[in-house]
Design a binder for this molecule. Sequence first.
Ligand SMILES: [Fe+2]
Ligand SMILES: [Fe+2]
Length: 216
Amino acid sequence: MQAVIDRAFCLKHPVKIIQLFGWDVFIGMLWSKDKTLLQRIAEKYQARRVPMPGAIGNAYKLSALFEFRVAHIYAAMAERFKANREVSQLFSDLRDEEMEHGRLMLTCLYQVAVNREVDFVPSVRDEEIRESLNELRRIEHRVAGMTLEEAFKVTNELEAGEVNIIFGRLLQQVGRAETELFAEQLKGAQSHPQSVPRRISELKKRLGPEGLAAAA
Ligand SMILES: [Fe+2]
Ligand SMILES: [Fe+2]
C-alpha cells in the first residue's frame, strides 16, 4: 500500500506495535525487511488463533478472495504493460496493495468478536456475489488484449465498485484496536477509491500524449 505498514512505521511506533501484536512481531519487523507487518500478523494468527466460524468467517474469507482476485488482475496488467517501466510499476504497486488488503481481511477473520453486532455478511451463495467473482475472472482473461486506456478505465471501475464496498464495510465492523491501526491508514486520501484515479491521472500527465501512445 502507499499505506503499507512497513518496517519504518514499526520502528517509529514500537510501543504501539508491541502492545497490539506482541514482542515477537515487533522483533521480526526489527530484524528483517522481507515481510510487511500484515504478513507477519496473518502468519502468527493462522498458527495460534481460531478463525471466526460460520457465515461471518466465510464473509471475511470471501472478501480476501475478492482482493486476491483483483491483485491477479493488476499483476496481469503489470505484465501486459511491462515495456513501460512507470506503467508497469503502478500496476505492480496496486497488486502489492491488493495483496495487503487480502491479508488484512484474513487478519480480521481472527478478530471479529462473536458478541458484536455484525450485520453485514456477504455470502458466496448470493447470486450477485458469484456473478461479481465471475466478472473478475473474465476481466483477468481480457487483460492480455487490452489497450492502456482500457486498462486504466477498468482499474477505475474496479476501484469504484463492489469489491471496495464489501472490503470497507467488513473492515469497519471488526472494531478491534489491532485492525483500527490499518483501517486508519486506509481512510480518506489513502483509500483506493480516492487514490487510484488520482494516481492514474498523475501518471497520464507525467507520460504525456506521446508517452501514453508509446506505452499502449
Ligand atoms: Fe483492495
Ligand atoms: Fe483497490
